[in-house]
Design a protein around this ligand. Sequence first.
Ligand code: SAM
Length: 322
Amino acid sequence: MGKCSKDKRDIYYRKAKEEGWRARSAFKLLQIDEEFDILTEVKRVVDLCAAPGSWSQVLSRKLYLPAKAAKESGHGESDLPLIVAIDLQPMAPIEGVVQIQGDITSSRTAEMVIKHFRGCKADLVVSDGAPDVTGLHDMDEFVQAQIILAALTIVTHVLRLGGTFVAKIFRGKDISLLYTQMKLFFPRVTCAKPKSSRNSSIEAFIVCEGYFPPEGFEPSHLQSLLDNEAMGVNSDDDCCSRRLEGIHRAIVPFLACGDVNGFDADQSYPLPALSSSVSETSGQAGAGSVDYRTLSPVQPPIAPAYRTAIALSKQLEGGKKC
Ligand code: SAM
C-alpha cells in the first residue's frame, strides 16, 4: 500500500502529519478531552506507554507550552506543569516532557514515576498501552488487561483523590470484570469511543473520574483486590465476567466522542489537490490525487523493533551464503 493511498483511506493519519502530531492517536486524546474536559486544571500528569509520543505532544501543547508562555510574559505561575512519560521504547524529546524508558509492569519503573512526583500527586494518568497484537483475541485481551492492571497500580500510588485515569481497553467478552474493578476505585467510569478510533476496532477507552479508593485500601494490596476470587468470581470459570451479578456487576455508560460532523475514521476522503506539488503515486490513489503531495512522518521511530528484525534476518542470510 502506498503512502498516498493510506493518506486517502485514513483521514486521521493524514491530518496528524498536517498538524505535526507524531501519531494519529493524538486525535483520540483530543476527542476524549473535548467530551470529558480531562485537561482542565491539570498540573501533573503521567503518560503511560507514551511512544512515539503524540499523547505527550497533546499534553505539552495543551498544558506545558501555554503555561510556559504565560510565565515568560510575567502572568503565569512559577511552577510549570509536570508531564512524565514512560514507554519500553525510547522517544524523541518533547518540550516539557520528562521521559522514562521502562516497562510499566515492573515495580522499578513504577518507583521511578513516583520519585519524579516528589511526594506530590498527579491530577491525571493516561495510558494508551497496547501489546504487539497477535490476532489471537483472548491472548491480546489478556496482555492488554495486564497493562491496565500495571497502569492501575501506578495510579493507586500517584493519583490524587478526585483525579482522573484514562486507559485504552479492548472491549472483549470479559470487559464487565474490568468495569467492575474500576468502579471500586472511581465513582464515574465511562467507556468512550473517540471518532478517530475505527468502528471495526475493539479498542475503546475507559475514562475513570473522581479517584476514591475503598476505605483502608493500601496500594500494595491491589493484586488481591483485583483477584477474581476476591470479587466473588470463580476463577476456574473462563466466562468469569458472565458470573458477575447483582452488586458485583458494574454497567458503565458508553459514549461516542468527537464532533458528530467531524471526520469518520472508517471513511475514505478525497485527497486535497495542491497546485504546486509533486505527485508521489498518482496512479495508486486514483482521480483527485494527481497534484497531491504525501507528507513525511512527523517523527520516525528512533529505535524501531523492526530494525533488530532486519539486522537478524540479514545475519541469517549471510550465514546461509557461507
Ligand atoms: N500514546 C502513544 C502516542 O500517542 O504516540 C501511542 C502508544 S502505542 C499505541 C502503545 C505503546 O505501548 C507502544 O509504544 C509500546 O512500546 C507501549 N507498551 C506496551 N507495553 C508496555 C509496557 N509493558 N511498558 C511500557 N510501555 C509499553
